[in-house]
Design a protein around this ligand. Structure first.
Ligand SMILES: O=c1ccn([C@H]2C[C@H](O)[C@@H](COP(=O)(O)OP(=O)(O)OP(=O)(O)O)O2)c(=O)[nH]1
Ligand SMILES: [Mg+2]
Length: 157
């Protein structure tokens, strides 16, 4: 068995308020990036409909961090449920309840979720803030202004 490369396994302390009888968000496995968030309400999302659900938590991130509300792949693959604004951005200064705007992409089947279901995962990351420096021209690069499929699309197309 190859030895896994070592990381620093660092963690950051984040103050959390539980606004409802919900578990503290937790990581399902060691090394997971996302801590699961639950809905505090029962909802039925109609086909191609969207519903914003509360999670029962608010947090205070340290300066220089943000939290990102990501979809869960199981809900996406099994039921077609994603998040409209994925990933949602939780700013370090935000003290309100974290909410998730769920979208049912299925064209035929409604999706029923009940209080306590895990609907999203919160990824905490360090973020840089930019000092934007206006410039008349930008330095050249290999990519230049190529984008939007400039490097090729799907096989044969
Ligand atoms: O999925 C999300 C996205 C955002 N938020 C909260 C935290 C975030 O700090 C705040 C504002 O989010 P954002 O900046 O994405 O929304 P906006 O439409 O730009 O609103 P604002 O003018 O309040 O910044 O809403 C959530 O609870 N869930
Ligand atoms: Mg904003």
């Amino acid at each position: 068995m190859p030895t896994p490369a070592t990381g620093d396994g660092s963690t950051v302390d984040v103050l959390i308020r539980l606004l409802d009888d919900v578990p503290v968000p937790s990581y399902a496995h060691p090394g997971d990036a996302g801590a699961d968030l639950v809905t505090t309400v029962d909802v039925e999302i109609p086909p191609q409909g969207r519903v914003m659900v509360p999670t029962g938590v608010s947090i205070a991130l340290p300066d220089g961090y943000a939290a990102f509300v990501h979809p869960r792949s199981g809900l996406a693959a099994k039921h077609g449920v994603t998040i409209v604004n994925a990933p949602g951005t939780v700013d370090a200064g935000y003290r309100g309840e974290i909410k998730v705007t769920l979208l049912n992409t299925d064209v035929a089947e409604p999706v029923k979720l009940v209080r306590g279901d895990r609907v999203a995962q919160l990824v905490i990351q360090r973020v840089e803030r930019a000092r934007f420096l206006p410039a008349e021209t930008l330095p050249g690069s290999s990519r230049g202004d190529g984008g939007f499929g400039s490097s090729g699309g799907f096989a044969g197309r």
